[in-house]
Design a protein around this ligand. Structure first.
Ligand code: AMP
Ligand code: MG
Length: 410
């Protein structure tokens, strides 16, 4: 059995970014991954702008201003946002508004609360401003030529705003990762169907499809495949054709009804099987052949265990970073937080445990009482996973490694 860190390393080393990029509207690019750096063609702001409603001045003109001896200047122009400004004549002030261009020659803005306008067209100041005050300098946010978003960035709402702020109407992104998925188990029925004795609902289909949707994958769902070697091999062959990754659920353990591993061995190869983790031990990784023998080519394969908590956890910890790598994402590691355990936990075995836990009101962690890999309730109750090393007992008050679900579903 491989340690979880070694298994993840092996998986990520094998993941190559998919070929194919496309240029799409920035408005449609949420969640997509940049195929190329976004470089700013302009300074932001593109000119010196006022950060306040007030008066643009030459600071030197007001050097002597004080409460006892205010200095009055005639107002020589008015500059609303979106208009150009003429040079500021010495000894005068310009009425100016937030976001408006600072007139050439002016080197400070005095906010209107600090100025007193009189009816004769002049304005009085009782304080000397510092040079540069309330002016946002050209290029203060972004300089022309700067890489504002590097290739491999997954586009968030704020990244789209940043790209738009330098005028990018479209972006070059990596094409979506194509994933084929199927489910093994003669006991599986779909919600809506009656449950015969011995049958259960295919809950994993819903969890896994939703997780794939969150990652922005193009998904082909081959449904439930019978627990037979020929049926499994046939589905693998068809799934390999137009997909980057084949994801299976169930049938990857050691029972006689587990046909996924032998089927992959017959149609391709298994590179890794069984990880020292709980839940999720039977995870398998490999590849399925595709195309002509003259052009050797293969689709990646990941076989998830059937137990609902196992498939959920192994997806989050292994499939998610793997798919992100295929999509070209640079940083795929979730943030891990050191948090206080407000419970005790007996020493486990030689497997790395991932405990479903929840943040309590005092900022510590509680664990769900039933950590069975069949108890899906724990995943809904929890806020994330405690990454507990092999052979380790947890005592109350100890700091543990906590990975929030929000980090695992970004
Ligand atoms: P397996 O990995 O096929 O040995 O399945 C392990 C356990 O998970 C068994 O109790 C299965 O009934 C259950 N299981 C397998 N696939 C699913 C699924 N798609 N949805 C819910 N439970 C499943
Ligand atoms: Mg099964």
């Amino acid at each position: 059995m491989l340690a979880t860190a070694d298994a993840l390393g092996l998986l990520l080393d094998a993941a190559r970014r998919v070929d194919g990029v496309e240029r799409i509207d920035t408005l449609d690019a949420l969640g997509r991954v940049l195929a190329a750096d976004v470089i700013s063609p302009l300074d932001v702001p593109p000119m010196h702008t006022s950060a306040m409603d007030g008066y643009a001045v030459r600071a030197a003109d007001l050097a002597a201003a004080s409460d006892a001896a205010p200095v009055a200047l005639p107002v020589s122009q008015r500059v609303p946002a979106g208009h150009t400004a003429g040079p500021l004549a010495a000894g005068t002030a310009a009425r100016i508004f937030t976001g408006a261009t600072v007139p050439p020659g002016a080197d400070a803005v005095v906010m209107q609360e600090m100025a007193r306008a009189s009816g004769d067209g002049s304005v009085a100041f009782a304080q000397a401003p510092e040079a540069g005050e309330w002016i946002t300098r050209q290029g203060a946010d972004i300089e022309r030529g700067a890489v504002i978003l590097p290739a491999g960035t997954q586009l968030t709402p704020q990244a789209l705003g940043l790209a738009a702020s330098v005028g990018c109407a479209s972006l070059e992104v990596v094409r979506r990762v194509r994933v084929a998925i199927f489910f093994t188990g003669d006991e599986l029925r779909m919600p809506g169907e009656p449950l015969a004795p011995g049958a259960i609902y295919n809950s994993n289909r819903f969890t896994l499809r939703a997780l794939l949707a969150k990652l922005g994958c193009d998904v082909t769902d081959f449904g439930i495949v019978a627990d037979r070697l020929d049926a499994t091999r046939d589905t693998l062959r068809r799934a390999a054709l137009e997909h980057d990754l084949i994801l299976t659920c169930g049938g990857v353990s050691v029972g006689e009804e587990d046909h996924v591993k032998p089927a992959v061995e017959a149609e391709g190869r298994i590179a890794m099987w069984q990880i020292a983790m709980k839940p999720g031990k039977p995870l398998a990784f490999g590849a399925v052949r595709r195309g002509q023998a003259s052009e050797p080519d293969e689709a990646y394969f990941i076989g998830l265990p059937g137990n609902p908590v196992s498939s959920f956890c192994t997806f989050l910890l292994f499939v998610r970073p793997f798919i992100l790598r295929l999509a070209g994402v640079a940083n795929v590691a979730p943030r891990v937080y050191a948090m206080r355990a407000d419970f005790t936990q007996k020493k486990g075995d030689r497997r790395n445990e991932f405990l479903r836990a929840r943040v309590n009101e005092t900022g510590g962690l509680d664990v769900f009482p039933n950590q069975s890999s069949a108890v899906l309730t724990s995943t809904v109750w929890g806020d994330g996973l405690i990454d507990n090393p092999p052979d380790h007992a947890i005592s109350a008050g100890e700091m543990v490694r906590f990975i929030p679900f929000s980090e695992l579903m970004r």
